[in-house]
Design a binder for this molecule. Structure first.
Ligand code: GRF
Length: 201
């Protein structure tokens, strides 16, 4: 029986789209049981709808605190028999309620070479702008298991990406996204096939 997973998003969902395509092609032999967004207006929700994937919004603002939000999140994940979780541009920080329950079964994609540009406050354009400002010659993508910290769980894989003299925020972001879309599919495929043991690099 194939595994079921949830994809958690906050925005455009191009990584979600890469996963949807890979599942539909049969590259990933698993089912996207559910897409959850922490923002009403995340375009990724439209992508889920177009492909008839169950989806919902669980926004932090609807709860008194993150713990209450995660109780709802946990209930929803359990109702959909989710085996593992892919955080694909999900901006909320999960509490121990979820992290403990899905130990070594939550994967995050981060658009930098962890430990560089990681931790609280390092997400999205903030990272790429800092890379450009510091004139770094390389950046990259990291996929890692999620533990109780922020961007701190065991690393599954990393890929380096050169930063060019002529790079703008948009060109750098586009190149990073291209790598992400390949790496997220490879990682989920490997996880589903039992090739990732959770030990990290
Ligand atoms: C990606 O760069 C991902 O690494 C980061 O947020 C971005 C999400 O992009 N965590 P998208 O919504 O998948 O297009």
């Amino acid at each position: 029986m194939s595994l079921k997973f949830a994809v958690l998003i906050s925005g455009g969902g191009t990584n979600l789209q890469a996963l949807i395509n890979a599942v539909e092609r049969g590259t990933i032999k698993a089912e996207i049981a559910l897409v959850i967004s922490d923002r009403e207006n995340a375009y990724g929700l439209e992508r889920a709808k177009k492909h008839n994937i169950p989806n919902c919004v669980i926004a932090r603002s609807a709860f008194n605190n993150a713990l209450e939000r995660d109780e709802k999140l946990l209930k929803t994940l359990e109702e959909h028999d989710v085996d593992f979780i892919m955080l694909a541009g999900y901006l909320s920080i999960l509490t121990e309620t979820i992290v403990k329950k899905y130990e070594k079964s939550i994967i995050n994609i981060h658009p930098a070479l962890i430990p560089n540009y990681s931790g609280k406050g390092f997400y999205g354009d903030v990272i790429h702008e800092a890379v450009l400002k510091n004139k770094d010659r390389q950046t990259g993508v990291t996929l890692h298991f999620v533990d109780a910290g922020v961007d701190s769980g065991p690393i599954i894989c990393q890929e380096r990406i050169p930063v060019l003299e002529i790079d703008t925020l948009d060109s750098l972001k586009a190149r990073i996204h291209g790598v992400e879309h390949r790496l997220i599919v490879e990682t989920v495929k490997n996880f589903c096939e039992g090739h990732i043991d959770g030990g990290g690099l």
